[in-house]
Design a protein around this ligand. Sequence first.
Ligand code: ATP
Ligand code: MG
Length: 270
Amino acid sequence: MNVESRQGVKRPTSNIEFCVNRGLTMAEVANVVRVTNVTKVFKLGKIDVPALKGVNLEIAKGDYISIMGPSGSGKSTLFNMIGGLDKPTSGKVFIDEVDIAQLDAYELAWLRCRKIGYIFQTFNIIQVMTALENVTLPMIFAGMHDDAAVEKGLQLLELVGLGDRFNHKPFELSGGQQQRVAVARALANDPAIILADEPTGNLDLTTGEEIIALLKRLSQERGVTVISATHDFKMLNVSDQVVWIRDGRVDKIEDREELSISIGQIGTRV
Ligand SMILES: Nc1ncnc2c1ncn2[C@@H]1O[C@H](COP(=O)(O)OP(=O)(O)OP(=O)(O)O)[C@@H](O)[C@H]1O
Ligand SMILES: [Mg+2]
């Protein structure tokens, strides 16, 4: 018996149920993410560090969004707010029009486990586990039967081009292959959103391009919304929209047409 049924509390089992529980139809939910007036102030002893200074953002379903800006501009902080990994000092984050500050601990855990897949710069896969075990872990947490998890894990590793490496541990894989395992893991529970913080930051040019192409393919084939904080100008080529952050504020938002102009004018990294 899982924790949810033991507690006798009805928990969402799907994105649709998550919305319906709140009187929303999926059609009403055009923006998968909406950020309104979000500020974040970190306290460092007696010093206040304002990392976000009133961010507004709307992200449509299925889009590929890059959040770009100089080091220290607030990209990771915003990533953590959208992913429900940290709380804003003020303002609100809505996922499918649900204010995530209103979620209880179980619903927030469900959101992190089922609705969002996370990818990090340093891969963050578990060193003592094989590729397959890393990918199946979130499915086991979500209550999937072992056999079904193994079958799906193998399919996902195949999808990211690692079908023959399922039994390898991270130290037996290259950086790019480890990041592919992390991508497969992020897809474990069919999330609506993939949040990636510098997913190519530790990869060489070619391997970085492969990961970007993989994320783009997933967004197109599976309708997953990809939101990536990045310094990597290679991301511009695949982005539907780029949100430029400067000093804790949205500086400008460029869509595809405007981007093709920018791409001609820049190098490869911010
Ligand atoms: N836990 C923390 N405590 C105090 N200050 C923090 C904390 N996390 C971030 N900051 C500060 O908030 C600001 C934004 O940091 P953030 O990590 O979001 O930047 P970033 O745009 O992701 O930078 P990078 O490109 O280097 O990853 C910085 O000034 C940083 O020093
Ligand atoms: Mg960062």
